[in-house]
Design a protein around this ligand. Structure first.
Ligand code: NAP
Length: 455
């Protein structure tokens, strides 16, 4: 086989079936020369990653993006290999032997910690696990959340913080028709939480959420969004230049009432310039000790929060830290501990941050750039990584490896039940059917065993 022949058809393994993995698959499959065969590996029997397990159940419109992914999956050169955990069921080394290129799209499966006293008390959890729980994520379905106090504190001012706050205060009847996990709905129906205090360590102009997301909470029946009484109004009139998003946020925040005027039974209260310094309580969270912050220029044109030495306490029985997702290391692949990502240059995997390129390994999505951006951000990101994969393929540096799909034989020898695209469609139909019977969009399977038992 000559090099020019080898460049005409290449086999790619993508690890992770979230938006980044599917967008990348789509770009790869659209290439005519070389032509790519794409095997997409997923540790769960179900595809779509964060669209299934991260997007809030009351954001069904966002989940419609899966229709585009299903179209990609129709290609005869695409295979879904679900229920296969790369790094466990099959090693990265084995993938490298079977595929010309390996693309990591495994996202950020863990969360960041605050690193404060009391963080591991009962009642304190990562918002990401709460999100996984209400979305029926197999890893979080059995977790218990204390919803037996009147007030919850959510640390962070991003869109995930707003998602969890909204799910905590939203009318249960409105959630009932979504694809929320039945066990989560049942717990939320018994929840005593009426107030959610969001703590932002910096000011209104530095909030990470999107204005529309906050407004959609204020629009909910029986829910009010308020500013904390102690807010220095001068922060709502910043003199420095703002990004368009920050300006929108600040303008909207100016229109919000302060909490002392609250009428609605369920409330979301925004408190800025406040950092939790300890979670206090006897065996479980009862109070959050908070330090007031001030803003100081960070020397890079922005502002950092600096503790001002004034402390107070908020009574709360539930604390969700919503301060970001974090990638986890994949055995056999370099990991940048500081950034929680695979070290890479525009998507080409590096031996270490700033180090040499490892030929044939690529990264895309959150494991490439960190846990930021909307679903659509992964499209341009995937385009960038795939363009480098094409460039490398065109350079003829990688010969097409043996035709035999070595990995299939390995998985079969290991007795793994690989979930195919047809299998997924069967599960999908069952979930939709179960949902219909309950007046819901979908009733998910939560346990991998239950899914496999249906195939
Ligand atoms: P994010 O947007 O990065 O927000 C993280 C928040 O945590 C920020 O307010 C950050 O404050 C704060 N934070 C970080 N470290 C902290 C610490 N040690 N103490 C206190 N606060 C701390 O992350 P996210 O909310 O997890 O969302 C991830 C991505 O998904 C975002 O791009 C988001 O827009 C997207 N998303 C979108 C939607 C939607 O469109 N509906 C829904 C969910 C998620 P600083 O700014 O001070 O660092």
């Amino acid at each position: 086989m000559t090099d020019s022949e080898t460049a005409e058809s290449l086999r790619v393994a993508i690890v992770g079936s979230g938006p980044a993995g599917f967008y990348a698959a789509d770009f790869l499959l659209k290439s005519a020369r070389p032509e790519f065969e794409v095997d997409l590996f997923e540790r769960f029997p179900t595809p779509f990653g964060l669209v299934r397990f991260g997007v809030a159940p009351d954001h069904q419109n966002i989940k419609r993006v899966t229709a585009a992914f299903e179209r990609t999956a129709k290609s005869p050169r695409f295979r879904f290999l679900g229920n296969v955990e790369v790094g466990r069921s099959v090693s990265v080394e084995e993938l490298r032997r079977s595929y010309d290129q390996v693309l990591f799209a495994c996202g950020s499966a863990s969360d960041r910690k605050l690193g404060i006293d009391g963080e591991s008390l009962e009642g304190s959890y990562a918002a990401t696990s709460f999100v996984g729980w209400y979305n029926g994520h197999p890893d979080y379905r059995s977790q218990q959340f204390r919803l037996d106090s009147e007030r919850a504190v959510v640390v962070g001012m991003g869109n995930v913080a707003l998602d969890v706050a909204r799910v905590l205060v939203r009318d249960r009847a409105e959630l009932a028709a979504t694809d929320i996990a039945a066990y989560a709905l049942e717990s939320l129906e018994k929840s005593l939480i009426r107030q959610v205090v969001l703590l932002g360590r910096r000011g209104p102009a530095q909030a990470a959420f999107d204005q529309g997301e906050l407004e959609s909470i204020a629009d909910l029946d029986g829910v009010g969004v308020y500013l904390d009484e102690g807010l220095d109004r001068a922060l709502l009139e910043p003199s420095h230049e703002l990004s368009a998003a920050a300006r929108k946020n600040v303008e909207y925040l100016r229109t919000l009432p302060v909490v002392s005027t609250a009428k609605e039974p369920r409330r979301v209260i925004l408190r800025f310039l406040a950092s939790p310094v300890a979670l206090l309580g006897d065996g479980r969270v009862e109070r959050v000790r908070v330090e007031q912050n001030r803003l100081e220029p960070d020397g890079k044109g922005g502002f950092s929060a600096v503790g001002a030495g004034d402390f107070d306490e908020i009574e709360a029985g539930l604390v969700l830290r919503s301060i970001g997702y974090r990638g986890i290391p994949m055995p056999g692949v370099p990991f940048d501990e500081r950034g929680g990502v695979i070290p890479n240059r525009d998507g080409r995997v590096l031996e270490a941050p700033g180090g040499a390129v490892i030929p044939g390994l690529y990264a895309v999505g959150w494991i490439k750039r960190g846990p930021t951006g909307l679903i659509g951000t992964n499209k341009s990101d995937a385009k960038q990584t795939v363009s480098l994969m094409l460039e490398d393929a065109a350079s003829g540096r990688w010969r097409r490896k043996a035709d035999a799909p070595v990995v299939d034989a390995l998985l079969a020898a290991r007795g793994l039940r690989v979930v195919t695209l047809d299998d997924w469609h069967r599960l999908d139909a069952l979930e939709t059917e179960h949902g219909k019977l309950r007046g819901k969009v979908r009733e998910k399977f939560y346990a991998i065993e239950d899914m496999l038992a249906k195939l």
